[in-house]
Design a protein around this ligand. Structure first.
Ligand code: MRU
Length: 362
């Protein structure tokens, strides 16, 4: 095992000298901590598609840096030509994955910089794109810390916490969303007993959350996805924290496949089920969860990946949606950087955005 502690490394960064996107290759974790420096658009898009960088906020930050790097390479001083090539680069990165709205949120924010500054020289626009990408990255750290503080107010020292997939530091720049309360609690000397669902088929829970929690010195237990009910029945779980890839205006939340099953179990056992969502993950243009586009992944990720040999008969059908939607009535609260939203979410999420707007005007 590589001795580098991933908690000391930001998950996504910009190397200013090399003009490269810097990420930890998450497909190699936990066995190897390999840092990748990517400069080519094909490599950046592929890193997102293959989940070398993954998790909604981290994907957004990677795309913002990626499209800035693309803009640097556009060889023209004519605004109209620049805009066209910038938009082509934006669309290319946007096509990497469909569910995490942060990808589109970050790319749209970058595009807005280009649109708002059409009167400026192209070289100045590129500088402004740099500043925006850096700000999106810095903002992610502040947002996650704030979500962590709100989340921490809902739990107490010694609690058992169950999580699904990885919505930790590895899914953001720092801290994470669903695991941020644990990291911040650790900084304050608190301790929790964390259960990480392994999260089939790509094992983000076992490979990433468990690794991250063990690296932080947290008492961590990996369970197979089908063990969650038993662990809850045993009385070992006082709260469930998960992340999300897109929240609809009514509070329905898409997250890693299997999350909705955990939400249903939580309701059955009377355990609070918290969804941690930066406002960049809340899509007020989508009314209900059923309208959230759900990515389907290739069959081999189910039948072959991680096994020594193929574990399914040749010719069998495979259905592999990467995300599912937990309906709002299953969600105890949605924790954002502007506070904790509770049902009815159609109202409380609007209030969250009103607070965001107020903060922006200050
Ligand atoms: O397919 P992944 O690994 O990108 O899925 C990640 C998740 O489902 C996370 O829970 C979500 O993106 C929130 S990350 C803070």
């Amino acid at each position: 095992m590589d001795s580098k502690n991933i908690l000391h490394i930001d998950t996504v960064a910009l190397n200013e000298e090399a003009n490269a996107l810097v990420i930890i290759d998450q497909t190699k974790l936990p066995g190897t901590v390999e840092i990748l420096e990517l400069t080519k658009q094909d490599d950046i898009r592929e890193a997102i598609y293959l989940l070398k960088v993954r998790g909604a906020p981290a994907i957004g930050v990677a795309a913002a840096i990626g499209v800035y790097l693309a803009a640097r390479d556009i060889k023209t001083q004519e605004y109209d030509v620049f805009l066209k090539e910038f938009q082509a680069a934006k669309e290319y990165l946007a096509s990497a994955r469909p569910t995490a709205v942060n990808l589109f949120w970050a790319l749209n924010r970058m595009e807005q910089v280009v649109l708002d500054n059409k009167d400026k020289p192209v070289s100045r626009i590129v500088q402004l794109l740099h500043d925006e990408a850096v700000e999106i990255r810095e903002e992610d750290i502040r947002v996650c810390k704030s979500i962590g503080e709100y989340g921490l107010s809902l739990i107490k020292d010694g609690d058992g916490i169950l999580t699904h997939c990885n919505a930790g530091q590895l899914a953001t720049v720092r801290y994470g969303t669903a695991l941020a309360p644990i990291h911040l609690g650790r900084e304050k000397g608190m301790n929790f007993k964390v259960f990480t669902d392994e999260t089939r088929p790509l094992l983000q829970g076992m490979r990433l959350s468990a690794f991250e929690m063990v690296s932080a010195g947290v008492d961590t237990t990996v369970i197979c996805d089908n063990m969650a009910s038993q662990v809850m029945k045993n009385g070992w779980v006082q709260a469930i924290f998960v992340g999300c890839d897109r929240v609809a205006a009514n509070g329905d939340a898409a997250n890693k496949i299997g999350t909705s099953g955990v939400a249903i179990l939580a309701k059955h056992y009377g355990i609070p089920f918290y969804v941690c969502a930066p406002t960049s993950t809340i899509d007020m243009d989508i009314h209900e969860g059923k309208d959230i586009p759900i990515e389907e992944r290739p069959a081999h990720e189910v039948t072959e990946m991680w096994f020594k040999e193929r574990m399914a008969p040749q010719g069998v059908n495979v259905y592999s949606p990467a995300f599912d939607v937990s309906e709002n009535e299953l969600i105890t609260a949605i924790i954002t950087e502007y506070g904790i939203a509770r049902a009815p979410y159609t109202e409380s999420l609007k209030e969250i955005f009103a607070k965001k707007e107020q903060a922006r005007k200050k």
